[in-house]
Every structure is written in structure tokens, then in C-alpha cells.
Design a protein around this ligand. Sequence first.
Ligand code: CMC
Length: 431
Amino acid sequence: MSESKKSATLAINGDSFELPVYSGTAGPDVIDIRKLYAQAGVFTYDPGFTSTASCDSTITFIDGDKGELLHRGYPIDQLAEKSHFLEVCYVLLYGELPSAAQLEDFENRVTRHTMLHEQMMYLFRGFRRDAHPMAIMVGVVGALSAFYHDSTDISDPWQREVASVRMIAKLPTIAAMAYKYSIGQPFVYPRNDIDYASNFLRMCFAVPAEDYEVNPILSRAMDRIFTLHADHEQNASTSTVRLASSSGANPFACIAAGIACLWGPAHGGANQACLEMLREIGTPDRIPEFIARAKDKDDPFRLMGFGHRVYKNFDPRAKVMKQSADEVLDLLGVEDNPTLQVAKDLEAAALADDYFTDKKLFPNVDFYSGIILEAMGFPTSMFTPIFAVSRTVGWISQWKEMIADPQLKIGRPRQLYHGETLRDYVDIEKR
Ligand code: CMC
């Protein structure tokens, strides 16, 4: 962290306290409150972390007003257009664009770890067939720590590296197997002579009885979906991974915690919820009814795929995703897709409505991703697992950064307590 050249003064009941202020390379300054409790005996209160910087990071930067997302300085639209997922993984993990030799070496390392320990097949078979693939992923990824003991010592940089590569390599295999298990088809083993996205599609859609040719258009679209979701600064699941790892827990357990958090409909589960909502709306004439429900304070319904904690102008990922949805449906020859039509009309109706513009609610990355995934043949239950596959590299990059930080401390927030104060226990016969 840079030397503090500025400070803030906090006045509490006539006493004043000087707090250091730090500036990053971009983004708002932060006030260092670490010594506040010791000096002033007060906590700060910020339940949803709306004004709290939880760490010092060099990985991803978001300017929510400008709609800017940078990974190690590189804008997401350039990465989505010119790069590909494994190169983006390299950038996130190591900070720089790789040379051709570095990229080849990284791709080889990832490719050599795509298989799962064969004993893990029995673990899959312990789940009910109708289990949600995210439920299976939380369990199986956590269980990696029971199979790969040689990469759980977080104090060893080499083991951290092996665990990282293992998870980037194995998550697509695990997600595809969770899918195959749910539809009663045999698992399809990874193939290391095809690229990351094609391999994932093949593991999901091939069957042993027939050869499966990956459509390069779909493979490119899949790769772009992975790229667009690769990292997103200190979001809920990433913060979960950081908090879980701050105790020294092993990396597989921490990524499983991230997957569990991602599953919620306010976060990664929004892509499934969004497509289900678009299907429920069904036809454009029902849009006003759903817009009215989203605006009704007494109705918990929200427009899924709309709004973002940080983006208050537009989500740069959503722009690319919308363009990709058009391209994929066009190239697949899907004409008059009713869900896409409802999505486009819903977006237009919401953006013409003061409720949404006043609250700065715009389509987010999940608004259009489900349409592409559905066109590729994925059921809605696979949307969030695909998000988890993509985000694994982000979680790992943030975890590696945190573990390597000499200032690492266990995360331990405090609280504003409003419960009962001290009172005596009452014996049961007297209650
Ligand atoms: N539909 C209708 N109203 C909304 C919506 C929505 N989608 N999102 C926010 N609002 C309203 C909300 O009711 C509140 O109104 P008021 O100020 O009158 O109480 C105001 O906008 C601010 O909402 P908030 O919940 O305080 O904002 P937040 O920053 O805590 O929540 C969010 C952000 C993404 C959780 C929220 O916008 C939401 O629930 N969106 C739908 C779920 C979704 O699409 N999530 C995916 C996010 S992008 C992918 C990812 O990060 O995983």
C-alpha cells in the first residue's frame, strides 16, 4: 500500500481523530479505519459493504459510472474480441499478457489436469439424479481437497500454483459431469487435443455412441461467455472466497464456498432466474404487467438480469453479450426466437421507464447470457454452473493475491448489537 499523503478528520462527541487516506491508481480514495476502534472505541457500520474497500488489489478495476471493466488494465471488450479465455486466465493470474511460449506452456499445464481422480465418479453417483448441478458442484469441488492432498498446503507457493491450475482445468469436467449425471447419460472424459471451450461443449453434448463435432461458432460463443464472467473485483462470491481463505482453509474448500455464494439469484443464479422470467413473460404483450410488478414495493418480484451494485450506467459485459446473442442465433439460423424478442422488448420498455432510469437499473451480463446458452442446448440449471466454471479463475487470482500478501489477517467483521443485554437464565419449570 502506498504512503498516505492525505488524511481525513473524524469528529466524535468533541474528540477528533486523524485517519490516513490512500489513493489507488484509479477509483475513489479510501479512508484507513483499521486503528479506529483502538483509538476511538467505535466501529464503522456498512452491512452490504456499499462503501467499504475490503482489500488492496491489482487485478480488476471497475468504474461503475463509466461502465468500464479492466482486467490488469485491459478493457473487457478488447479481451472479449481479441483474446480468448485461457489467455485471459493468464492475464488475471500473472498480471501480464503472455508471450506465445508462456501461453503455450500455460495451456499445456491446464490441459494436463482436466481429468478427475477416477474414484470421484463414485462421489457423483451418491447424488440424487434430480439434484441441481450447482449442488453437485459445491460438493464435488469441496471434495477435491480429499483427493488432491498434495496441493492443499497454502504456505507453499508451488502447491498454490498446482491447486490453481487443477481447478481451472477440472471445473469444466466437474460441471459437465454434473450435467451428464442429471440426464442419465454416461460421463464423457475430457479430450486434450481441443481447446478449453470446445472440450467443455464436447463433455456436455457428446455421447459414446456417436462422434461429436464441435461447432466453431458455438465454441467461440462459449469461450466469450467464459471470458466475460472471468473476474469481477470484490463481488459477493469473491469476497466469500477471500473470507473463507483468510482462516487458512484449503483452496478447494474456499472455491466451493465461492460456488455456494454464486448460486444465489441476486448473484450468479440470476442467469437461470432471468431466462425463467423471460419464459414466464412469454409474449411481449405481458411485459407491462411484469414491469408493474417490478415497480410495486409490496411485490418482492424484481426484473432479473437488471441492476447492478456497481454499474450505474451500463454493464460493459452486457453490451458484448447482447451482440453475441444476436450473432449466435443468427449463425444457428434461429429465427424469431420468442425469448430474445421478449428480452429486447423488455429492455426497451424498462429503459423508457423513469423507475428504472432514475434508479440507474440497466441490463446486466446475465440478461442475455441465458438466451445464448439456451440456443446452444443447455438447460437453465446449467447456466449458473457455467458461470462458476468461468469465475473460478477470478476467485483463484484473488485468493492467490491475498495469500501472498504479508499483511494477511483473518477476516473478522464486528457488529451493531441490538439484542437483549445480560439477563439471568430461568429454570424451565418457571417459564
Ligand atoms: N428490478 C426492480 N427493482 C430493482 C431491481 C430490479 N432488478 N434491482 C434493484 N431494484 C431497486 C430496489 O428495489 C431498490 O429500490 P428502492 O431504492 O426504492 O428500495 C433500488 O433499486 C436499489 O436496489 P438495491 O437492492 O438496494 O441495490 P443493490 O446494489 O443492493 O442490488 C442487485 C444489486 C444486482 C442485487 C439488484 O439490482 C438485483 O437484485 N437485481 C436482480 C438480480 C440480478 O440480475 N443479479 C445479477 C447481477 S450481475 C451478475 C452477478 O454479479 O452475479
